[in-house]
Design a protein around this ligand. Structure first.
Ligand SMILES: [Fe+2]
Length: 255
């Protein structure tokens, strides 16, 4: 099987769309579209057409310009989470565990409701596209779900193979890492990654993608069972796992 290729298409201040494909002459899929302009420019430069757009969730900065893509590419297949009526473009609705055949591979739907009640991630060929459900060093705010939903979402994403590339929706890495350091000031992997991420950004690079293996070492939302995280958020050891997650998320909201 060919390797999955992923093009990072930045837009707005810190958003990312991702265009993925196996073969240049094969189908192309885009994850999220808050602004069609940079996507259309990219496709035009390559003289490519678009076959799929996958929506991770309904927020405007991820989904507002899906109709513009549908208009541009009449054969475009729109994929969205089942029941997410806030995305109104006619779409194929998908639920947890569904698979969509894509060229040589298949896209697997991983439901991760928490940031919104309908968030999904899309997993294909050792890559996962997570929207705002997970960031490098952090995760999306709980706009609709509860802490127990966030626990489930983090456990699901954490259980993907370590080498899985994580393509997240915003370049929030440095501010997330600042918070992570306040939780685990002695985590050497975290301190090393802060330096690495800082150099990448000052060289004009993005920190996306991360990997599951790296996030397990540095992301406090993947590390709520680690003694060093528990020591900060629940020094007396009184909280349940769910309440630890709730306390961690609340601290981040107020950071
Ligand atoms: Fe969002």
């Amino acid at each position: 099987m060919s390797r999955l290729k992923v093009e990072i298409i930045p837009y707005f201040d810190d958003n990312f769309s991702y265009l993925f494909y196996y073969n240049e002459d094969g189908p192309k899929a885009l994850v999220d579209c808050g602004d069609a302009g940079p996507v259309l420019d990219f496709l035009e430069r390559k003289n490519w057409t678009l076959d799929y757009v996958l929506a991770t969730h309904s927020h405007y900065d991820h989904a507002a310009d899906i109709p513009a893509l549908s208009k541009e590419f009449p054969g475009l297949k729109v994929i969205k989470p089942k029941g997410e009526d806030r995305i109104s473009t006619p779409a194929i609705e998908v639920s947890d565990g569904d698979t969509i055949k894509f060229d040589e591979g298949e896209i697997k739907v991983v439901a991760v409701p928490a940031h919104t009640n309908f968030c999904v991630s899309y997993y294909i060929s050792d890559s996962v596209f997570v929207g705002d459900s997970l960031f490098s060093g952090g995760c999306g705010r709980l706009f609709e779900g509860q802490a127990e939903d966030l626990v489930t979402a983090m456990d699901r994403l954490r259980s993907l193979p370590g080498q899985t590339q994580i393509y997240f929706g915003h370049e929030y890495t440095l501010s997330n890492l600042k918070f992570a350091k306040s939780i685990e000031p002695s985590n050497q992997d975290l301190l090393d990654y802060i330096d690495r991420a800082g150099s990448m950004l000052s060289n004009g690079e993005h920190t996306t993608p991360s990997t599951v293996a790296l996030e397990k070492l540095i992301n406090p939302f993947f590390r709520i069972d680690e003694a060093s995280v528990i020591q900060t958020i629940d020094p007396n050891g009184e909280l349940s796992r769910t309440n630890r997650m709730a306390a961690l998320r609340k601290q981040k909201d107020n950071f």
